[in-house]
Design a protein around this ligand. Structure first.
Ligand SMILES: [Zn+2]
Length: 74
C-alpha cells in the first residue's frame, strides 16, 4: 500500500520541516509543499526528505495514522 507524501516547505517555529501524507488534516496548501512521492510508510518518506532538509520530522498525526493502519496492509 503506497501513499503519497509531501514535505512542508516552511519550517515550524522550531526549525523542523514536517512530512505529511496526502489527506492529513495538517497538510499545508499546495504552494507550501514539496512533493516527495509514493512510499510504503512515512519513515521511507522521511529518508528522502532528510536528503534535502536535514531537520525533517514526521507529522505526529501522520505517524499515528501509519501505526493504526499498518495492521491492515502488512
Ligand atoms: Zn500530517
Amino acid at each position: 500500500m503506497h501513499r503519497y507524501y509531501c514535505l512542508n516547505k516552511n519550517a515550524q517555529t522550531n526549525g523542523v520541516h514536517e512530512v505529511h501524507r496526502l489527506g492529513c488534516r495538517f497538510l499545508p496548501k499546495s504552494e507550501h509543499r514539496i512533493n516527495l512521492g509514493l512510499f510504503n510508510n512515512v519513515q521511507e518518506a522521511i529518508m528522502k526528505a532528510l536528503k534535502t532538509h536535514p531537520s525533517s520530522k514526521c507529522c505526529p498525526s501522520c505517524l499515528e495514522y501509519d501505526s493504526k493502519n499498518k495492521h491492515y496492509f502488512s
